[in-house]
Design a protein around this ligand. Sequence first.
Ligand code: PRX
Length: 636
Amino acid sequence: MKLQDFHAWSINDREGFWREQATLIHWHKPFERVLDDTRPPFARWFVGGETNLCYNAIDRHLPARADQPALIWESTETGQARTCSFRELHREVMRMAAIMQSLGVRRGDRVVIYMPMIPEAVFAMYACARIGAVHSVVFGGFAAHSLASRIEDAAPRLVVSADGGSRGGKVVPYKAALDEAIARSAHKPAHVLLVDRGLAPLPRVPGRDVDYATLREGLLDAEVPVTWLESNSPAYTLYTSGTTGRPKGVQRDVGGYAVALAASMKYIYCGKAGETFFSGSDIGWVVGHSYVVYAPLLAGMATLLHEGTPVHPHAGILWELVERHRVSLMFSAPTAIRILRKHDHALLRRHDTSSLRTLFLAGEPLDEPTARWITEGLGVPVIDNYWQTETGWPILSVAHGVEPTPTRLGSPGMPMYGYDVRLLDIETGREVGPGEKGVVTIRPPLPPGCLQTLWGDDARFVSTYFGNFPDQLVYSTFDWGIRDADGYTFILGRTDDVINVAGHRLGTREIEEALIGHPAVAECSVVGVADALKGQVAVAFVVLRDASLALRADARQALEQALLATVDRGLGAVARPARIVPVPALPKTRSGKILRRTIQALCEGRDPGDLSTIEDPAVLEAIRGALAPADKAVQA
Ligand code: PRX
């Protein structure tokens, strides 16, 4: 079938289309209705059906592939490796589920998972899925403040964590940040389950903290039956950044997500049972949830879980992993490829990557030189796909499982089945024509797998995502897009204050709030500035309470270090600004709104545009002056 016809079928006959896709998974009890959208923009998929993510990803494969690898783990940091067959994974997940039950975790309870890339993190996610607990994985690169706000919002009964991870050869300790986060949070989890890898100090709080290895030992033979869940029960929440400083708990269901992922493996990723899928994402991000943990196993594939970076211990490590594990499909981010591009092509050729069929890239714009370089280097198709934490699977891509449509450099492709994508003029809300820039929006109902709501806050879900155009109930992605005459869509960046650093989605407000927490800072503004390697980097403009501090080089340097440390401690090194620029004042409108776009334009050497609303134009000159001496540093 032509992709266009497939897409039209999915929009014109939603129920027929998704009824057919639903056969890709096992239903313990058949659903009564494919879709209930009587309360738009809320959509309930496969109403009344009962299923389970863990059953579909693991138990279902036991008769046919019990001894096939399911989870292949390699830490290129510690040199450890472990492969679990479907049978072994099933066992480990039941042990973990039994541990959770012994700690009082019941269906519907939340479990925060703050873990490095180790098998136990995957066991914990599947254990939650098995017993109907709602997991909330927090990226290990986030620190105390980020973690505290997530613990407070999710109110977990249990936190699962470890002593530490390792990144680029350096140990990253977890426990101090976790203890600080729990101390800061108004909600206190009843227990903290700790995996001790022997990497970092692991002080225990008596009564609260329990040891994974000890509990596991007592539950080696545990049998924990699957809890069948109504399709619309929450499977997990995953916090993501937006315009405000308060992260949003994206909530996903069970049945719709399972169907959407299974369908994406068939039509977009084209994975076959028995093959190996390697996604380099951390499990703390949405790609890790969908394409490290769940989708490959749903399709009967093995998933490769990698603790490490693309350049440690050498810049050919990803290809070494591809060779060793005969990886068929790989999923990465453009930044990883840009980093490798700085190294020799020969590093790639040194390894036998002939098992690889396709490389998928997502999470940030894929620039043409990088796309060309990696396509030539690997000699396989490179497919860009565009989506969000909120959607859980691609909005734009090509779907070679439907039709072998060619890709077009610079574009992630066309709307995927299920997504009624419209580009709307930001002022009038009217659809724009080919070649015209508009906001990428989706007409509800959102397809299966997309967020159901924001955790505990239906009103915020509706107002955040569906309240951007008067008189129209449409989902806004907060991305600018432009479509060519053939329907290929190009993504031009965010319409809001979210920035994308090396494929990591960060809220500038969160970074600002961390900086404001430092007593020396009176006011600040953080903007995303174009960067050749990371796509964007954060640059912080700070107004100091004592402006004289910025005048003395030594004091200024010490202050910068202190401010960076504040961000590291609060949010994590992932959010650390590339530069801190002290300025006498921030450019504002007469009503007091900070003109971030103006600051961003100055940083990128662009024309700041209409300055008629600015209260004090002299401020811009001061910013220009502050930027001037280190212009090169920003661009480096
Ligand atoms: O701005 C878009 C950008 O990343 C945002 C979503 O980030 P996150 O929620 O972390 O989910 C990533 C899932 C892959 C989007 O709003 N983005 C994502 N993919 C692309 C992209 N920008 C350009 N091209 C892409 N392929």
